[in-house]
Design a protein around this ligand. Structure first.
Ligand code: SAH
Length: 221
């Protein structure tokens, strides 16, 4: 009846509010803070993911599908590391060996860890992927970890919400400091950018100026 409908609406609202709160915490703290948050409260993680799913369903295309298409055009022998893999859609959609990293296992394929420190040997993967996953404020450390595990000449794919980029040129310049050359950039979608880099060498020491992304905060609907 009416009270059930009201209750369902209230629950939706509450879910939305908690999602936005968690989301804000993830974008305004370090990756270590995120790890601590979800370790302390695994239920929060599941709630976050329900909210995330609802959010991306509104988009015309899921960015991970673009990465799937990209990998299908390249040899299946390439070894992939998926940083912040979520439900492992990428691993489930390609023939490549994919190492899946996330904070809490939504799927049995996930290796639970902070993406700033993944259990892979140096120069062991061909492709590193961050699909809507550059959330922590310690971006330099996180991308430095991707550099460490990538082979020389290996590929880094980044899909990020377009509105997070304050200065795309400055960001790409900072990436050269981190040992990444821009191979292609697709800025055509108003929802997300797709950037492809190649590893040119190890990350240089010292802060990479311009390596900044705005937090992705969702509005109340
Ligand atoms: N790549 C997936 C999921 C994107 S959501 C997709 O495109 O569908 C972002 C993911 O990054 C979430 O699953 C979140 O748990 C994960 N994440 C955030 N901070 C992390 C961290 N410090 N270490 C590992 N994973 C993290």
């Amino acid at each position: 009846g009416r009270s059930a409908a009201l209750r369902a609406r209230m629950e939706e609202r509450l879910l939305g509010a908690r999602f936005r709160y968690l989301n804000q915490q993830l974008y305004t703290g370090s990756s270590r803070d995120a790890a601590r948050l979800f370790r302390a409260d695994p239920a929060a993680f599941h709630l976050y993911h329900r909210g995330f799913e609802r959010q991306v369903r509104r988009w015309p295309e899921r960015p991970v599908q673009r990465i799937v298409r990209y990998l299908r055009r390249r040899p299946a022998s390439l070894v992939v590391a998926d940083f912040g893999c979520g439900d492992c859609t990428l691993a489930a959609s390609v023939r490549n060996q994919v190492h899946c990293f996330d904070l809490v296992p939504l799927n049995p394929r996930v290796t639970v860890c902070d993406m700033a420190k993944v259990p892979l040997a140096a120069e062991s993967v061909d492709v590193a992927v961050f699909c809507l996953a550059l959330m922590g404020t310690n971006l330099q450390e996180i991308l430095g970890e991707a550099n460490r595990v990538l082979k020389l000449g290996g590929t880094l794919m980044v899909a990020e919400v377009a509105s997070r980029f304050e200065d795309t040129r400055a960001f790409l310049k900072a990436m050269t400091h981190l040992g990444f050359r821009t191979v292609s950039k697709d800025l055509s979608s108003s929802y997300f950018y797709l950037l492809e880099f190649a590893k040119t060498g190890p990350a240089r020491p010292g802060p990479a100026a311009g390596l900044r992304l705005r937090p992705c905060l969702y509005k109340r609907r």
